[in-house]
Design a protein around this ligand. Structure first.
Ligand code: SAH
Ligand code: SF4
Ligand code: F3S
Length: 461
C-alpha cells in the first residue's frame, strides 16, 4: 500500500512554523509522506493565526477554496488547526460543516492518533483547550526529536527553532494569544538542551528559541529550579553547546526584562546582537489601558542599558496604531518614541478588534481610516530610519550566515548577527558557514554585499 500523504499550510508566527514542523515529524515517523501539493494529499491541515481579524479571515477564505478539493475527493481529511481553531471553537462547524478536524494548538500532537483511529474521537473531531489527564501524551510525542543523522537527506536547516515555553499569562487587552495558547508552560531545561544538541549534531548552526514570553521561562515549573533567572541560565548552557554559532530568542516582554538578560548580551559569545522587544505604544496612558505593565520611560531605560551592554545591538519592535482611546496626542508620543529609539526595524499593525478580549469591549474605537493614516505615518518615518541605519553599514564588513539561495541566480541570502538580510554572490558551499561580507548597497529591508576578498582576487593574494 502506498503511504498516505499530507500537506500542511502554515500561517502566523514562528511558533506555528515550529508546531507544523513537529506535526510533520510525527506524521512522517508514523509512515506518512509529505506532499508538495494539496491535490495529492489524503490530509490537508491548516495551522492558523487568529491574532488579527485579517489573518483569521485569510484562513477562512482558504478553507472555502479547499472545499472544492473535498467535493472532488470526499475521502480527503480537511483539518483546521492552531489559533483560529482554538479561538472559533466548535461553532466554526456551523459555518464550515465540511471540516473534519478542529484542533487547538495545545492538541496538535493528538492529530496522528485521530487519523489512525487510536483515539475515541470520531469525525469531525474537535479538540480544544489543554489535554485532559487521559489525553496527555509522552514528551517524545509532544516534542518529537528532530531526525538524526547527517547526509541522509534529513539535514537540519542552518537555522532551527526550539520552543522553550508556550502560552501567555499577560492578557494584554488586545490579544487573543492567552486564550488560544493557554497558560504559560515551560519545557524542562534538559529537553530543550537535548533538542538543541540534536539539531546542532545534524547541521544547524543557529538556534532561535521561541516562546510567547521567554522571560517567564522556568517560572511556572514546580521542578525546584532554584536559579535566580532560569532563562538566562538556559542561554548560558546553550552558549556552551559545541557547534553552535548563533543563538537568538523571541519574544521577551519589556515589563520584566531582567538584568541577567542584559548581562547575557554582554557576555555570551553566541548570543546575536539583535533583540525584538515589543513596545506597542509610546503613550503611558495607552500602555496602561493595554495592560502592558510598563511605561515608556522604563522601556527606554531598558533599551539604554542594553545598548550600553552591547553597543552594536540591533533592535526591532511591534507597535499597534489606533488602540481604543488612542488620541492624536497619544499617537504623537508613539511617533516620538520611534524617532527617539531608532529601531532597526518595526512591525506596525492597525489595532484589530478581537472577540473575547478586553479591548473589544472598550470605548473610543478609532475609525479605520484614521488607523490607516497613523500606520502610514509610522511606516514612513520608520522607513527613513531603517534606510539611514542600513546606509551606515555600507562599506563595513559584516559576518553573515548564508541560509539559502538568494533571489538572483548565483546569489546567496543570509543574515548578519543584527538580523539584517544580506544578499551576495557566493558559492552554495558557503551555506551554514559564517562569512565576511562587505556591504555595498542598502535598502530599508535588506542589504547587498560582496565576499571579502572578492573571489577574483582571492587567488592573487
Ligand atoms: N508574544 C508576543 C507576540 C504577540 S502577537 C509579544 O507579546 O510580544 C505579535 C504582535 O501582534 C503583538 O506584539 C502586537 O503588536 C500585535 N497584535 C496582537 N494583537 C493585536 C490586535 N488585536 N490588533 C493589532 N495588533 C495586534
Ligand atoms: Fe499577547 Fe501580551 Fe501575551 Fe504578547 S504578552 S502574547 S501581546 S497577551
Ligand atoms: Fe498568531 Fe497564534 Fe502565533 S494567534 S501570532 S499563530 S500564537
Amino acid at each position: 500500500m502506498s503511504p498516505r500523504r499530507f500537506h500542511i499550510l502554515t500561517f502566523g508566527c514562528q511558533m506555528n512554523v515550529y508546531d507544523s514542523d513537529r506535526l510533520s515529524r510525527l506524521l512522517r515517523s508514523r509512515g506518512w509522506e509529505e506532499a508538495a501539493d494539496p491535490e495529492e494529499s489524503a490530509l490537508v491541515f491548516l495551522n492558523t493565526c487568529a491574532v488579527r481579524e485579517k489573518a483569521a479571515a485569510r484562513v477562512i477564505a482558504r478553507l472555502r477554496e479547499l472545499r472544492s478539493l473535498k467535493k472532488r475527493n470526499p475521502s480527503l481529511i480537511l483539518g483546521l488547526g492552531g489559533c483560529v481553531a482554538e479561538h472559533e471553537g466548535a461553532r466554526i462547524l456551523e459555518t464550515l460543516p465540511f471540516l473534519d478536524l478542529v484542533v487547538g494548538p495545545r492538541r496538535l500532537p493528538e492529530v496522528p492518533l485521530i487519523l489512525e483511529g487510536d483515539s475515541p474521537h470520531g469525525f469531525p473531531a474537535v479538540l480544544l483547550g489543554d489535554p485532559g489527564p487521559a489525553e496527555r501524551l509522552p514528551e517524545s510525542l509532544v516534542y518529537p526529536p528532530p531526525p538524526a543523522g547527517r547526509g541522509i537527506g534529513r539535514k537540519a536547516p542552518v537555522s532551527a527553532f526550539v520552543t522553550v515555553m508556550e502560552g501567555c499569562d499577560n492578557f494584554c487587552a488586545y490579544c487573543v494569544v492567552p486564550k488560544t495558547r493557554g497558560r504559560e508552560r515551560s519545557r524542562p531545561r534538559e529537553e530543550v538542551l537535548k533538542e538543541a544538541r540534536a539539531l546542532t549534531e545534524t547541521g544547524a548552526v543557529e538556534i532561535v528559541l521561541l516562546g510567547q514570553n521567554v522571560n517567564s521561562y522556568g517560572r511556572d515549573s514546580s521542578r525546584g529550579d532554584k536559579e535566580p533567572n532560569p532563562f538566562a541560565s538556559l542561554l548560558r548552557d546553550l552558549d556552551a553547546l559545541s557547534g553552535l554559532l548563533r543563538l537568538r530568542f523571541t519574544t521577551s516582554h519589556p515589563k520584566n526584562f531582567p538584568g541577567e538578560l542584559i548581562e547575557a548580551f554582554r557576555s555570551l559569545k553566541t548570543l546575536c546582537p539583535h533583540l525584538h522587544l515589543p513596545l506597542q505604544s509610546g503613550s503611558d496612558g495607552i500602555l496602561k489601558a493595554m495592560g502592558r505593565g510598563y511605561g515608556y520611560q522604563r522601556y527606554l531605560e531598558t533599551v539604554r542599558a542594553l545598548r550600553s551592554a552591547r553597543p552594536d545591538l540591533a533592535l526591532s519592535a511591534d507597535v499597534i496604531c489606533g488602540f481604543p482611546g488612542e488620541s492624536a496626542a497619544d499617537f504623537q508620543l508613539t511617533l516620538e518614541a520611534v524617532r527617539e529609539i531608532r529601531f532597526d526595524s518595526l512591525f506596525a499593525f492597525r489595532y484589530s478588534d478581537r472577540p473575547g478580549t478586553r479591548g473589544a469591549g472598550m470605548e473610543g474605537k478609532v475609525p479605520e481610516e484614521e488607523k490607516a493614516r497613523r500606520l502610514e505615518a509610522l511606516l514612513k518615518i520608520q522607513r527613513e530610519i531603517s534606510l539611514s541605519i542600513n546606509r551606515g553599514l555600507v562599506g563595513r564588513v559584516l559576518k553573515v550566515l548564508p541560509e539559502g539561495p538568494g533571489r538572483e541566480a548565483g546569489q546567496l541570502t543570509g543574515r548578519s548577527g543584527g538580523n539584517k538580510i544580506v544578499n551576495f554572490f557566493g558559492d552554495p558551499s558557503l551555506l551554514g558557514r559564517e562569512t565576511d561580507v562587505l556591504i555595498t548597497r542598502a535598502g530599508p529591508v535588506s542589504l547587498l554585499g560582496e565576499l571579502t576578498p572578492p573571489p577574483a582576487q582571492a587567488g592573487a593574494l
